[in-house]
Design a protein around this ligand. Structure first.
Ligand code: AMP
Length: 356
């Protein structure tokens, strides 16, 4: 029996467990919150990440450890490394947790990014001010159109926090992400680039419809390969890009399964969750081929009437057992269709009951 410890018991942990049980894998979770989406699925240790006696209890009998969110404490991961292998390696976590280190790392590898600086005055307007750490889903950032914006309330709140990075604002044509997996032997697989639409900094819609050029796909795979090889990476990695004039600019990476890969549960031969588990357990990686044209819609802040969603033929509904709150991801709906027109019809049907 392989026992996997997962740091974080949110919906990503829950979907990892859902993918792992058919493979005979067993799980234990660690989270600082008790009413977590994964807690129904396996034992959970609820404690602060700094509580080493709780980490010891968590580690008993674990064959390996992984994590499902990137703001997990690096100290906790380092501590656990003494009792079981941790994948992805903690170096990936460290790079991903600090936007300045992350972007500097992209630059070292020759991967284009938006111009960035720690000097808030040194990037021309418009620019984007972001906290270096702990930012996610658009939290901890503000767009500056001119010098005058420095005095607005949102920006003043950020400026008090000091640890900031300023980036060139990219008027991108679209946002894309690549989900890749690498095993211990260096075997790598890549899912097709996913087109992502955000609102208020939060992902709302991901589409995989076979319209991405092979040249762009190849470029993204080369960048992902460079990142994974440099980190001796094991597991699933997501990289988010802006596309501008046919060029990819890396925005950020996440050393974990990613929201823009949720379509793979219903829409790919092997889901990102299964491939993450295959990679960390040293099993062969599975095919990333899509099963059709796919769309994944995040349910944010509200859960629309479930029966109305299920009435749409082909709707795959995933709920996370989370109470709806503004800006909170509570579930998602995936469609896998034979062509773009049918996919659009399904999305139009969903739009009648949910504001995508
Ligand atoms: P992030 O937290 O960096 O993923 O940013 C969340 C979202 O804000 C991105 O998905 C973009 O839609 C937008 N955004 C972030 N940085 C920039 C930028 N430098 N230029 C334009 N839009 C940005």
């Amino acid at each position: 029996m392989t026992m996997i410890g997962i740091l974080g018991a949110g919906q990503l942990g829950r979907m990892l467990a859902l993918a792992g049980y058919p493979l005979g894998l067993h799980f234990r979770f660690f989270d600082s919150a008790s009413d977590s989406p994964a807690s129904l699925f396996a034992e959970q240790i609820t404690a602060d990440y700094a509580d080493t006696s709780a980490l010891d209890r968590f580690a008993v009998g674990l064959d390996l450890v992984t994590y499902e969110f990137e703001n997990v404490s690096v100290d906790a991961v380092r501590y656990l490394e003494r009792s079981a292998p941790v994948y992805p390696p903690s170096i990936a976590l460290e790079k991903g947790q600090d936007r300045f280190h992350e972007k500097s790392f992209f630059r070292e590898l020759g991967i284009p990014t938006a111009e960035f600086s720690l000097e808030t005055e040194s990037i021309s307007f418009p620019s984007v001010l972001k906290t270096r750490r702990m930012g996610y889903d658009g939290k901890g950032q503000a767009v500056l159109s001119s010098q005058a914006d420095i005095y607005n309330e949102e920006v003043s709140e950020l400026l008090v926090q000091q640890d900031l990075i300023v980036e060139e604002f990219i008027p991108f044509d679209r946002e894309l992400s690549i989900i890749s997996a690498r095993s211990k032997t260096g075997e790598m697989v890549f899912y097709p680039l996913t087109k992502n639409q955000h609102r208020d900094g939060i992902l709302r819609l991901s589409i995989v419809d076979g319209t991405i050029s092979s040249q762009l796909q190849k470029q993204a795979e080369e960048y992902a390969t460079a990142v994974m090889n440099a980190l001796n990476y094991v597991g699933v990695l997501a990289i988010e890009f802006f596309e501008k004039d046919g060029q990819l600019l890396a925005n950020e990476m996440a050393p974990r399964v990613h929201n823009s890969g949720h379509w793979t549960i219903d829409g790919a031969v092997t889901s990102q969750f299964e491939n993450h588990l295959r990679a960390i357990t040293d099993a062969p990686l599975g095919s990333t081929s899509p099963l059709g044209v796919c769309a994944m819609v995040n349910l944010i802040g509200i859960i629309p009437d479930m029966k109305s969603i299920l009435k749409i033929e082909g709707a795959h509904l995933h709920l996370y057992d989370k109470a709806p709150r503004p800006k909170r991801k509570v579930g998602h709906v995936t469609f896998v269709e034979k062509d773009v027109e049918t996919l659009q019809k399904k999305l139009d049907q969903l739009k009648e009951i949910y504001d995508i």
